[in-house]
Design a protein. Structure first.
Length: 157
């Protein structure tokens, strides 16, 4: 499901109020094995591309992740690609913040060696590799993600 579809579902649920949440969850039950957990108040796991910083022969990228849900994630591994300014794939990365309890903020950083920050065109979250809470594997994690960038460099799915 694209970010536009996710946003539309959340917007409809918010516009209709709390009573809309069971309808959204029921619709998800009919189309997948696991119900999708859409919080009536739009809670999400936000991930922001916060800062890019040139280092020796590398660009250091900082991501800020905030768990605004009531879900205690025991595992959340994300598949990320970096594209250069010409649109070519520069590198594939794994973002693995470890445990992400409700209300917790994590900062993740990595160095993209072999480039400067002005050589990076965009970041793409290709998907969720694994996601779990204390009850086991979750199938609704991708819809809970809210990506943003405070920079001119896009971070999208």
């Amino acid at each position: 499901m694209g970010s536009t579809s996710k946003a539309a579902i959340l917007s409809v649920a918010l516009a209709l109020g709390i009573a809309a949440a069971p309808a959204v969850a029921q619709q998800a039950e009919e189309t997948s094995a696991e119900p999708i957990a859409v919080d009536a108040e739009g809670a999400a796991v936000s991930i922001q591309l916060n800062t890019l910083e040139d280092r020796d022969n590398a660009c250091r990228a900082y991501f800020v992740m905030e768990n605004e849900t009531d879900i205690d994630f025991t595992e959340l591994r994300l598949d990320l690609y970096i594209f250069d300014t010409d649109g070519g794939i520069f590198r594939r990365l794994l973002l693995d913040p470890g445990e992400v309890p409700p209300g917790k903020t994590r900062v993740m950083l990595f160095d993209a060696t072999g480039t400067t920050c002005d050589g990076i065109g965009r970041f793409l979250l290709d998907g969720v590799l694994s996601c779990a809470d204390s009850q086991g594997t979750r199938e609704d994690c991708e819809i809970l993600l809210d990506l943003s960038s405070r920079l001119d460099t896009p971070f999208e799915d």
